[in-house]
Design a protein around this ligand. Structure first.
Ligand code: HEM
Length: 499
């Protein structure tokens, strides 16, 4: 556990994306670049106007963010011994090995060989530029940015986004539940049992250089002071003699997820026997919320720490079988809202019994590891053309480029956050005591290595007459992806200087 004196949070050194989702900047594009000329690329990066996490009044109409992949840091000339200080999964990349692809569910039609980008070493972007703009302010500015960086970079792909008014392509309100970051650093730094679900997360879960939920500083590149003679970088909080390239930076996961909107609604409609009311119920059960965002379980009545929105004030404590919200629903898999111990009394004996695993009922609730170590800060944007349910059922497919989500999440540990949630909870076929099913929205439906099916979905009922859907088709296909480092502003200038 860390015993170091916390320093004030340097908002001016953190990229604004960690703090803001830019909901009002409804136009966005993500530019995937490869370094053409390292010196020109560094020069452009050294001067590019990246937005910080400081509040600005009036808020900006255009915002730029920059992130680099591991091959990108190499192409920019960062020393290899410094690069080796990043996490193993960042060094390896999203699509580098079969074992990782299997764990992430990137098999079959999701396999990296079939991706539009990111699936082969020469198709991994070096630099990701993220542009967010007020309506009408994107196109000309994007061209200006591209012209400005052209001598240093070549454009690999431009990922356009669409404004679907807060709704993802299947038609559900998105971006509702997010962890709340402890910007004031009030959350005690500790690694002990936490008995209640909290939405407040230690800053170190999302930013490198701050203590995380274990009370530890996540590994990151720490440099001997002589490698940073001009003291461009902040010093490490726990080792002030070292320069901290990670501090105020985060890892960024980008995955392009193509959604088969027609396939989704046609399957649900058929399973509902064409009954529109039943169709809505089934689709909501798969997500865990109705299309307007209302959760399927009721509010706890007691406030949840760090949660300001009443629509998120719930846990699954009173719904252990999943009769309100199925255990396998997308939002229950991706955030089971549990704590370090299964729920029960506060007395020492009750606690001891649960700690030792003697409470059989509590055990069922303890199948899933504690949520606070696996939270994601989501920053994704939709792309393509939105379809109504009627259009989807009628077989309309929208524009040629497809429809889906540019899924983006931030975290200080790709392995413990994105890879764990994606692999164990979303793609995993043994989540929370369930067998033979994976995430109803995202599963690739391929049978497990033991031949067990993965295309079921159970909807438990109070009456005991549980419903089980079988033969779910694949609704979401991965068509690109990569891991990036979103540096702090001082780290960005450090990376951009002459090696
Ligand atoms: C096309 C793909 C996806 C679709 C259509 C989708 C849709 C949704 C919807 C409708 C919600 C509920 C609204 C909200 O709380 O924001 C949600 C929540 C969430 N999703 Fe996804 N999602 C997708 C991919 C993913 C992926 C790949 C992950 C993680 C690896 C993920 C993690 C989460 C999390 C953590 C929540 C919040 C759960 C909570 O705190 O209650 N989603 N998603």
């Amino acid at each position: 556990m860390s015993a170091h004196t916390p320093r004030a949070v340097e908002e001016d050194d953190i990229q604004g994306l960690v703090r803001f989702g830019y909901r009002k900047l409804t136009q966005a594009s993500f530019l995937l670049l490869r370094v053409r000329n390292a010196a020109s690329a560094r020069q452009w990066l050294a001067n590019c106007p990246v937005a910080s996490a400081q509040e600005r009044s009036p808020p900006p109409r255009q915002v730029l963010h920059v992130a680099m992949s591991c091959p990108g840091l190499r192409a920019l000339g960062l020393r290899e011994d410094v690069i080796q200080g990043f996490s193993r999964e960042f060094l390896a990349g999203m699509s580098s090995d079969e074992s990782r692809s299997r764990r992430l569910g990137d098999l079959g039609t999701n396999a990296p060989e079939q991706w539009h980008w990111g699936g082969r070493p020469d198709a991994v972007p070096h630099v990701l530029l993220m542009l967010y703009a007020w309506p009408g302010d994107l196109a000309a500015w994007q061209q200006q940015v591209l012209d400005g960086c052209a001598s240093g970079f070549e454009l690999m792909a431009c990922l356009d986004t669409s404004d679907m008014d807060g709704v993802e392509p299947f038609g559900f309100v998105d971006g509702i539940s997010q962890p709340s970051l402890d910007w004031q650093r009030r959350r005690p730094v500790r690694d002990e049992e936490v008995l209640d679900y909290s939405n407040l997360s230690c800053l170190g879960e999302y930013l490198l250089g701050y203590p995380n939920e274990y009370g530890e500083y996540t590994d990151r590149p720490l440099l001997r002071a002589e490698l940073d003679p001009q003291a461009m970088l902040p010093r490490a909080e726990e080792s002030p003699e070292l320069a901290d390239l990670g501090r105020n930076g985060s890892y960024l996961v980008l995955r392009q997820l193509r959604q088969d909107v027609g396939g989704f609604w046609r399957f649900v409609d058929a399973a509902a026997g064409g009954d529109p009311v039943r169709r809505e119920l089934l689709a909501s059960a798969m997500v865990g919320r109705s299309r307007d965002g209302l959760p399927l379980v009721e509010s706890t009545g007691t406030p949840i720490e760090g949660e300001r929105d009443p629509i998120n004030s719930f846990t699954y404590e009173d719904d252990p079988r999943g009769a309100r919200c199925p255990i396998g629903a997308h939002i229950r898999r991706s955030n089971p809202r549990n704590a370090d111990l299964p729920p029960g009394g506060w007395g020492p004996i009750s606690r001891l019994i649960r700690t030792l695993g003697f409470d059989a009922q509590a055990l069922a609730l303890d199948h899933v590891s504690s949520t606070r170590f696996h939270r994601l800060l989501r920053r994704g944007r939709e792309y393509g053309e939105g379809l109504s349910i009627e259009q989807a059922l009628a077989g309309e497919s929208g524009s040629g480029q497809g429809t889906g989500l540019h899924f983006i999440c931030l975290g200080a540990s790709i392995a413990r956050q994105f890879e764990f949630v994606q692999g164990a909870w979303i793609a995993g076929t043994h989540f929370g005591g369930l067998h033979g099913e994976s995430d109803p929205l995202l599963g690739n439906r391929l049978a497990g290595s033991d031949g067990a099916p993965a295309d079921g979905f159970s909807i438990p009922a109070d009456s005991g007459c549980d419903l089980r859907l079988a033969g779910l088709p694949q609704f979401v296909r991965v068509v690109g992806g990569a891991y990036f480092f979103l540096p702090g502003l001082r780290a960005l200038r450090f990376i951009s200087k002459e090696p």
